[in-house]
Design a protein around this ligand. Structure first.
Ligand code: GLN
Length: 496
């Protein structure tokens, strides 16, 4: 199909930006195209919890009048951006896909929202997720299941499944998600898009509903690496409202996008190519590694001996923090409160019993147990020590290499319903993403091939703390030398 015929909703942010600046299209046309697309496909994909068309059209008109007046526009002006439903949006409901927050409308905007509004981005709506970001398939949403746009019977991954599916189905040009143990990278892998978790502290968590505060990080989903860099430029940077936000200079991430990996040292950890890794995934990832070598990178076998403890450690630390963070949903301050309780304790019990889904309850119980007197040293404290060992594996590896390349997930997208009865199987989806989360490192997932069933396969690139630039450069070089990212941009997007 000729380029001119590509509908606006199927273009990248940088393509739209150029067309807007050349006055080939208006902001209103871009917005309309995206909302038409949402209307056409979202009853099948089910990415959106809520669509915010009216406010978006107002922003689009504002951008058009600025264009008319010849005013300079920020890079994300008129770019349709969807938001995971755990980022607070003033005046628009935020549910975390949980019943317990049902009527909650945040009285303030998260810092990332303020940054997107300052860019004049078009906010398309709020996206479905696993309840409170706990899950790997988006099936833990209390509202609906999101489908994988490549095959509607398959899961989009999670917990940011709505954010990944919306980009894959051209229902948004960019989206924001959050990653605690893999929730940006794994759904990006399943949906064949680019997803990046920046270094912990790079993006303000102010207004991000907390799951596990020492791990949570906001990051973007996009159709290509350049768009990922553009999104990072908009959302990264110090914020006094988040005490864990890093007071460090933020580079222009697009400036470092040169397709050059000459001499780049790529680490390949033996522990990520183990039993349980799907053969097609391994073949695609190994082919991607060879491609990087052909492009001039040098390959280094490395060992990260504590990798095997990552899932056990993560599933102590994340639930422990969650049990504390979720104590605030008590029926007094936010959202749902049970009708007609007998007394205060009964009100707490019933409110929380009715409001939380099974997985959230499971995490609260595991976390409370791990933190309780008598068990704290055996579980939580021990997990924190192992977390340090996992981080030291990375510190040692990064003395020898510049980036680490692995599969993002052990398989391509599994079928909806396939793992819902077995939480442990679901937890194992995070085996390659959780370690970098515990070390706070930046990580990106991008498509590197397709399974025989036609489902995307993801490549994970991990970098040193605050070295998103090198991760992006390697990703860009690989993307420019391959065409996996173009395959998703079929005129009709979703496979039905
Ligand atoms: N799947 C992991 C979990 O269930 C990761 C979730 C996340 O990163 N938010 O905890």
């Amino acid at each position: 199909m000729a380029e001119a015929a590509t509908p606006l909703h199927a273009l990248t942010a940088h393509e739209l930006r150029d067309k807007l600046r050349n006055r080939e299209v208006s902001a209103t046309q871009i917005a309309e195209s995206t909302f038409d697309r949402i209307r056409a496909v979202d009853d099948r994909v089910k990415a959106y919890m809520v669509v915010t068309q009216d406010a978006a059209m107002e922003t689009a008109r504002d951008v058009d009048s600025r264009l008319e007046r010849g005013e300079p526009l920020p890079p994300l002006a008129a770019i349709p951006v969807g938001i995971k439903d755990l980022i607070c949006t003033k005046g628009v409901r935020t549910t975390c896909s949980s019943k317990i927050l049902e009527p909650f409308v945040s009285p303030y905007d998260a810092t990332v929202m303020r940054r997107l509004h300052a860019q004049k981005a078009i906010i398309t709506g709020k996206l479905n997720m696993d309840e409170f970001a706990m899950g790997s398939s988006t099936e833990n949403s209390a509202y609906m299941e999101t489908a994988n746009p490549w095959n509607l019977a398959h899961a989009p991954g999670g917990s940011s499944g709505g954010s990944a599916a919306a980009v894959a189905a051209d229902e948004a040009v960019l989206t924001l998600g959050s990653d605690t143990g893999g929730s940006i990278r794994q759904p990006a892998s399943f949906c064949g898009v680019v997803g990046m978790k920046p270094t912990y502290g790079r993006v303000s968590r102010f207004g991000l509903v907390a799951f596990a505060s020492s791990l949570d990080q906001i990051g973007p989903f996009s159709k290509d690496v350049r768009d990922c860099a553009l999104a990072l430029n908009a959302i990264c940077g110090h914020d006094p409202l988040d005490s864990t936000s890093a007071d460090m200079a933020v580079p222009d991430f697009t400036a470092g996008l040169v397709p050059d990996v000459e001499g780049l040292r790529v680490g390949i950890p033996a522990e990520y190519f183990v039993e349980g890794l799907d053969g097609e995934v391994e073949a695609s990832v190994r082919a991607a590694i060879s491609k990087l070598e052909q492009l001039g990178a040098t390959l280094h076998e490395i060992s990260m001996p504590h990798t095997e403890y990552s899932i056990a450690t993560y599933y102590i630390i994340a639930p422990a923090e969650a049990s504390s963070n979720l104590a605030r949903y008590d029926g007094m301050r936010y959202g749902h409160r049970t009708d007609d309780p007998d007394d205060l304790m009964d009100m707490y019990r019933k409110t929380r019993g009715e409001g939380f889904g099974d997985e959230v309850k499971r995490r609260i119980m595991i976390g409370t147990y791990a933190l309780s007197a008598g068990y704290f040293d055996a579980y939580y404290l021990k997990a924190m020590k192992v977390r340090t060992l996992i981080k030291q594996d990375f510190d040692r590896a990064f003395e020898e290499v510049d980036i680490i390349v692995t599969p993002t997930a052990p398989s391509a997208a599994f079928a909806l319903g396939e793992k819902t009865d077995d939480p442990l199987q679901m937890y194992l989806s995070d085996v390659f993403t959780a370690p970098a989360s515990m070390a706070g490192l930046p990580g990106l997932s991008m498509p590197c091939g397709f399974s025989s069933e036609g489902l995307p396969i993801g490549l994970q690139i991990l970098g040193k703390p605050f070295d998103e630039e090198t991760v992006l450069r390697a990703a860009y070089a690989y993307e420019q030398a391959t065409d996996h990212h173009l395959r998703r941009r079929s005129p009709d997007g979703i496979a039905v």
